[in-house]
Design a protein around this ligand. Structure first.
Ligand SMILES: [Zn+2]
Length: 242
């Protein structure tokens, strides 16, 4: 069994990030249970081993979930679910620090049931793309400012890459999650500068525009929001002071 698991892990690494193509190895019910319990039970030895594995993860030194960049990453996701692929329950590459909302949305999904295509970017082995593909759009409505997000990979990503990023974006509900976060952020920003002189408001906004991307992923919700704000500075200024 150990040899079969070792061989499966070698195969996993060889086909990464397209691990959705793998089939599970043959295991008996008791072997499956032992492999899953090895992860779930968290004995002292298992905790030490897990801590070592987590140290090797490229995403572990980021404070944010590598799937959404919205929240911290307190959970550990099995990219290929351990219920179906128990052989990878302790494989470092298969473990991804993730936020709870993404973990819940991802659940046991791996590939599209209809097309067989992979649904998610694999953060452990697919370095995040620094090319800007996330765009925010602002619309000024009677009831307030609304922000929407979409992926525009045109000219930067290949068609295949763009489709994968869009599946990841859609499946994790990132459009709605980013909109909600951006709108509540802008409402707090507006409240924090209410009643200040217009020169102070303008200066604060300029400062935020120039520093929004510091230390944040290029395709994070905040850098994308401020790229849109920079293009609509006058309208945003008027909205902030309305
Ligand atoms: Zn997340």
């Amino acid at each position: 069994m150990q040899n079969a698991i070792g061989a499966a892990c070698v195969k996993y690494d060889a086909v990464s990030p397209d691990v959705h193509q793998l089939g599970a190895i043959a295991t008996t019910a008791s072997e499956r249970m032992a492999l899953i319990e090895g992860y779930d039970k968290r004995t002292a030895a298992m905790k030490r081993l897990l801590a070592k594995i987590i140290e090797t993860l490229p995403a572990a030194d980021l404070d944010l979930c590598p799937f959404c960049s919205l929240d911290t990453n307190p959970d550990l996701d099995h990219f290929l679910p351990k219920a179906r692929f128990p052989e990878f329950s302790l494989h470092a590459r298969n473990l991804v620090p993730i936020c709870t909302p993404c973990n819940r949305k991802k659940a046991n999904a791996v590939k599209s049931k209809t097309t067989g295509q992979r649904l998610f970017l694999h953060p452990s082995v697919e370095p995040s793309n620094n090319a800007v593909v996330l765009e925010a759009s602002l619309s000024f409505k009677k009831q307030g400012l609304s922000v929407s997000y979409h992926v525009d990979g045109g000219g930067v990503l290949s068609q295949k890459e763009g489709e994968l990023v869009r599946r990841h974006f859609d499946r994790l509900g990132l459009s709605a999650r980013y909109s909600r976060r951006a709108q509540s952020y802008l409402a707090s920003f507006k409240a924090s500068i209410a009643g200040k002189p217009s020169t102070v408001v303008a200066r604060t906004l300029k400062q935020k525009i120039s520093t929004a991307s510091f230390g944040e992923p290029a395709n994070g919700w905040r850098p994308a929001l401020f790229r849109a704000i920079a293009l609509n500075e006058a309208a945003i200024l008027a909205w902030l002071q309305s």
